[in-house]
Write a protein that binds this ligand. Sequence first.
Ligand code: PLP
Length: 420
Amino acid sequence: MKTPFVTKDQLEAIAAKYPTPFHLYDERGIRANARRLNAAFAWNPGFKEYFAVKATPTPAILKILREEGCGVDCSSRTELMMAGRCGFRGPEIVFSSNDTTAEEYRLADRLGAVINLDDLTHVDFLEQVDGHIPETIFCRYNPGGVFTLGASKEGFQVMDTPGDAKYGMTRPQIGEAFQRLKAKGARTFGIHAFLASNTISNEYYAALAGILFRLAVELKEETGCHIGYIDLSGGIGIPYRPEQTANDIAVIGEGVREQYESILVPAGMGDVRLFTELGRFMLGPYGCLVTRAIHEKHIYKEYIGVDACAANLMRPAMYGAYHHITVMGKENAPCDHKYDVTGSLCENNDKFAVDRMLPRIDMGDLLVIHDTGAHGHSMGYNYNGKLRSAELLLREDGSVSLIRRAETPEDYFATAVWDS
Ligand SMILES: *Cc1c(COP(=O)(O)O)cnc(C)c1O
C-alpha cells in the first residue's frame, strides 16, 4: 500500500490557499533520503551525488539538496544557468550533455563545470570552442549490446539496450579519446555510463560499477591516464507500483564497495572518487500531483475528469507509465470501481490511469497522484494552451511554501509576436 506524505485535512487546507492542481514536495523525505545515499557511499572518500537537474529544476529543491552535500548534473544551457543562479560553482557541477552546442560548452567552461564528453568528435570541438582542454575531463562510455540483470527477488528483470542508445563512446573510441585528451593537456580522467533506467534492483549499480571499474583498469594500462573519477550516473529506480519493493540504498552502496575493493584496489586505484547523478531516486517519491475530480462521465467506460492533465504530468501519456492514485479520505474504502482518470487535453492518451480499480470517486474529491517528484512538473508542456501548475514545498515544520507559481495566460502569450 502506498501512503501519501500528507493527510486529507492538510491537503484541503493547502488547496484553500493554492488552487488545484499543484505539485507538492516533501522536504523531510528529500533530506532523509539524501542522507541515506550519502551514508551508503561514505566509505568512498570524495563521493558526491550530482542531482540530475532535469528531473526537478526548481531552485528551492536544488538548494535543499546542496545543503545535503549534493552537486548538480546539467545537460543544457538553461540547466547550467539555473545551477549558476542557485550558487553552484566549479566542481559542484557536472555537465553531462549530448549533441552539445558551442554556447553550452562555453558556459560550462565559464562556470568551471566538470565536462563529460559524449563523443570522440567532441574532443576537437571542445578545444576549438573553449580554446583549451580542461585538466579534469570525463568521457561517457557505451558498451553496446543489451544490458540485462537476472530477475530480482520481486521477479522484475532489468533490461535495457545500450546498443540502441545515442549516448556515449564505443570501447575503441574511449581509449582514443583519452589518448587525445592527454596529449592536449588533460591530467585527470573520469568515466561515465548510464546503461539502464528506473532499475528496481539492488544489483544494477554494482553490475555497472564492475563494468566501469574493469574498464578503468584497462584504460589506465592502455593509455597511462590517471583515472580519478567514476560516475555511475542515474538509473536507480523507485517503486511506482504498490507491489514493488523499494531499492535498499545501503545494500547498493555495499555492492559497489565490493566491486571497488575487488577490482580497483588491487590495481592500485584505491583513490578513485565515485560520483552519482541520480534524479528519480532523489526526488521521485517525495513529490505528488494533487488534483480534484471535477466531472464524471458514463459512456462505454467510466471516466473521472480531473483538473490536472498530461501537461502537468506527461509520463502516463508518453510511456504508459504507472502512477499510483490515492483518493483522499477513502484510503481504506474498497477499490470496487473501475475508472479511467483523465485530463482535458484533446488527446485520447491524456489519462492518468486506465481501467484502474479505485474507491468510488465523488465530485470534489482530492486525488493524490504519487511519485511525481522527478520527471513530473519538469516534463510539462503547453499543448492545448494548458498552463503548468504551481509547485509547493511542505517544510519540515509543516508549513507550506510556494516554490514555483502557476503559469498564467500572460506567460503563454508572452512569446507570441502579436503585430507581425
Ligand atoms: C536523466 C539523467 C540522469 C538521471 O536519471 P534518473 O533515471 O532520473 O536517475 C543522470 N544522468 C544523465 C546524464 C541523465 O541524462
